[in-house]
Design a protein around this ligand. Structure first.
Ligand code: UD1
Length: 375
């Protein structure tokens, strides 16, 4: 029996953790999971709804850390997490993705000599101004088992000198959630509630500090959206950070005056999946949405200068447009002029809905515990 702490902290973690927790529940003789929520995200719309939609069990522990500067938030998680690791003495701690909770919990385990498995290891944007890139690089350096979503990630890790025996290509666990929830998402009323019915529409998500914390970049994006709404309405489930910045920068009226631009509350997983899967176009600065649109065969315009998910560009659904107004408009027009062909889908290897089981197999294969302080 392996005792495994699974760490979830922020919104993009929940859809990665859910299939792992569910797979462990299916193998009760082999796994004793403990689900820990760091509390990095805490609003019902950013956390609670996702637990319900993804049928995640209540966390065994909520560290309740909340929002703060990166240093304070990361330090708070480290301090709150350490006693649990010491008292539970897990065989493994599983961390996912690239948020502050990921590096904070990995660091605690590395110092205690507790084995860390990093799910979604090896992705690199090569942009160290992104906090997530720092979290990725550091987590991968200290994790014992690096579970990668795509072969480019394996190459990145090998290039950084990580021994191949620590790397395991398992596929994309977020796609497990996507595929297993598509049917349920059809029951959502999100599209009808917004009066979209069968109309063409675009979905926008935007929350990166580099895009939303400065008036100049937000204005450039709003200018592009104004132009794109001439062709189709845009639904924007706004991250709390973005809504706050739009207010603080005095841009609320500017945003509300864009005809066909619907700024709504953050959507839950199933509502968002329905909106996403029916969209004609997606504009985003998220990482995960670049991958979800690849599997759904929907054109995605990434409002960033780079991506840690190059496979989505190779497959052809994703276009890195940056944040210049003219480039965004050009990319949107190009995508809208091209007929949507969901029949010619190309799915990256092992994005097949079975990644969680491969993760569990990998946990079983490695020796259960390294020599550490907690043993
Ligand atoms: C975090 C992740 C980012 C991920 C994003 C998804 C890091 C470094 N960043 O960024 O990789 O893409 O989550 O959402 O870990 N807030 C609320 N309610 C909440 C959570 C946040 O109102 O439940 C507001 C607070 O004002 C907070 C701000 O949003 O200060 C930012 O939250 P934070 O968790 O610091 O970072 P995100 O921008 O959400």
């Amino acid at each position: 029996m392996l005792k495994v702490i699974i760490v979830a902290g922020a919104r993009p973690n929940f859809m990665k953790v859910a299939p792992i927790a569910a797979a462990m529940k299916r193998r009760p003789k082999l796994f004793q999971p403990i689900l820990i929520h760091t509390g990095q995200h805490y609003d019902a719309s950013m956390s609670g709804t996702f637990f319900r939609d993804l049928e995640l069990p209540e966390p065994d522990v909520d560290l309740g850390v909340g929002s703060a500067s990166h240093a304070v938030q990361t330090a708070g998680i480290i301090q709150a997490f350490e006693p649990y690791v010491i008292s539970e003495k897990p065989d493994w701690v599983v961390v996912v993705g690239d948020v502050n909770s990921t590096i904070a919990c990995a660091l605690v385990c590395a110092k205690l000599g507790v084995k860390i498995a990093h799910v979604e290891a090896g992705l690199r944007s090569r942009d160290r101004t992104m906090p997530e890139e720092i979290n990725r690089v550091l987590t991968d350096q200290i994790a014992d088992l690096l579970l990668t979503p795509s072969v480019d990630a394996d190459e990145n890790l090998r290039a950084e000198g990580i021994p191949p025996e620590r790397i395991r290509f398992v596929g994309n666990v977020m796609i497990d959630s996507l595929l297993s929830n598509l049917q349920r998402a059809k029951l959502s009323t999100a599209r009808i509630d917004l009066g979209l019915g069968k109309k063409d529409y675009a979905v926008l998500t935007l929350h990166r500090p580099s895009n939303v914390d400065r008036k100049g970049s937000l204005l450039r994006i709003l200018d592009a959206l104004t132009e794109i709404t001439r062709r189709l309405p845009i639904v924007f489930p706004a991250h709390p950070r973005t809504r706050k910045m739009i207010d603080e920068l005095g841009l609320t009226e500017r945003a509300e005056n864009i005809k066909g631009f619907m700024m709504i509350e953050p959507a839950g997983y199933l509502d968002f999946l329905q909106l996403l899967s029916g969209a004609r176009l997606v504009l985003t600065d998220s990482g995960g949405i670049q991958e979800e649109t690849t599997v759904l065969g929907i054109p995605c315009i990434t409002l960033r200068e780079n991506t840690e998910r190059p496979i989505t560009v190779e497959i052809g659904t994703n276009k890195i447009a940056g944040t210049e107004t003219a480039k965004i408009i050009e990319a949107a027009n190009e995508a809208l002029d091209r007929p949507l062909n969901k029949n010619a889908l190309r799915i990256p290897p092992l994005w097949d809905g079975k990644t969680a089981d491969r993760i569990l197999d990998a946990l079983c294969q490695k020796p259960a515990r390294k020599q550490g302080l907690v043993s």
